[in-house]
Design a binder for this molecule. Structure first.
Ligand SMILES: NC(=O)C1=CN([C@@H]2O[C@H](COP(=O)(O)OP(=O)(O)OC[C@H]3O[C@@H](n4cnc5c(N)ncnc54)[C@H](OP(=O)(O)O)[C@@H]3O)[C@@H](O)[C@H]2O)C=CC1
Ligand SMILES: C[C@H](O)[C@@H]1OC(=O)[C@H](O)[C@@H]1O
Length: 254
């Protein structure tokens, strides 16, 4: 018996990085998995191949999470294909690093729309489906350590991560009566496409590594276990929680 046997798990932003690791991790734990992605057709197809190699069914649906209708379509197509939705992992996100004083309006708006509003509408669409099904479910938002601490070039980004953290707290209250659990994971610095350019700066990368008690930056796969746990019945009494997955970076003051 695997942790997610019989469950249908939806993951946004799963063509690469943390979303892909979560999708493949869910499949390895026994779930059928439907993924959303924005632009990387080949990577999305490769993710589905990994899901199928794990012996599970997979389906990729392209769409921009910034548009509310992407969420309702994503959930509807998942139900059409696999009959139900048990878990929504709202992961899609962007972080175009930029200084505060000259931050372009469009960059702020796009970051808010993708990261926060995209997460809101995805969780709302999944929750409506779960309520209609009548047997509970789990929402998991990929927030960030950046929900708790700031970043000089992330003034448009960190509020979206704090917002997702807060969204899971409020939805935990709103949806508890339906046995829908709502939690967030708070990754630290994880080596993915989102920060490839930022961490190409050797000095910055070394500095970030030096802040981490476990002595290394994270890999996308480091998030798979925590996400599978929160999706599973092992976490049946966990809701409104936020799980730091940061190698200890947050607690490392001195
Ligand atoms: N890496 C890190 O250090 C940390 C990351 N996070 C969060 O983790 C999440 C995943 O990031 P990560 O894996 O690192 O980054 P990646 O850049 O590797 O992956 C981002 C994923 O999001 C998708 N995506 C981007 N924009 C949209 C959109 N408008 N609609 C649908 N999908 C979209 C991308 O799709 P495609 O490639 O097809 O365009 C891709 O699948 C983000 O929310 C990020 O904020 C949190 C803390 C730390
Ligand atoms: C993209 C950044 O490297 C990454 O994003 C986060 O949310 C983390 O806090 C890191 O800053």
């Amino acid at each position: 018996m695997k942790l997610l046997d019989g469950k249908t798990v939806l993951v946004t932003g799963a063509s690469t990085g943390i979303g892909r690791a979560a999708a493949v991790g869910a499949a390895k734990a026994g779930a059928d998995v439907v993924i959303n992605y924005h632009s990387r057709d080949d990577d999305a197809a490769a993710c589905i191949a990994e899901i199928e190699a794990a012996g599970q069914r997979g389906l990729a649906i392209k769409g921009d999470v910034a548009a509310p209708e992407t969420a309702t379509e994503f959930v509807a197509k998942a139900v059409e294909a696999f009959g139900k939705v048990d878990v929504m992992v709202s992961n899609a996100g962007i972080c175009p690093f930029h200084s505060f004083l000259d931050m372009p309006v469009e960059t702020v708006q796009r970051t808010m729309q993708v990261n926060l509003l995209g997460g809101y509408f995805m969780c709302q669409a999944a929750a409506n489906q779960m309520v209609a099904q009548g047997h509970g479910g789990a929402l998991i938002a990929v927030s960030s350590i950046s929900a708790l601490v700031g970043g000089e070039y992330q003034t448009h980004y960190t509020p979206t991560k704090a917002g997702l953290h807060s969204l899971m707290q409020s939805t935990a209250i709103a949806l508890g009566k339906y046995n829908i659990r709502c939690n967030s994971v708070l990754p630290g610095t994880i080596l993915t496409e989102i920060n490839k350019d930022d961490l190409a700066d050797e000095a910055k990368r070394k500095y970030m590594e030096g802040r981490i008690p476990l002595g290394r930056l994270g890999q996308a796969e480091d998030l798979a276990g925590p996400i599978v746990f929160l999706a599973s019945d092992m976490a049946a009494y966990v809701t409104g929680a936020a799980l730091l997955v940061d190698g200890g970076a947050f607690v490392n003051l001195q």
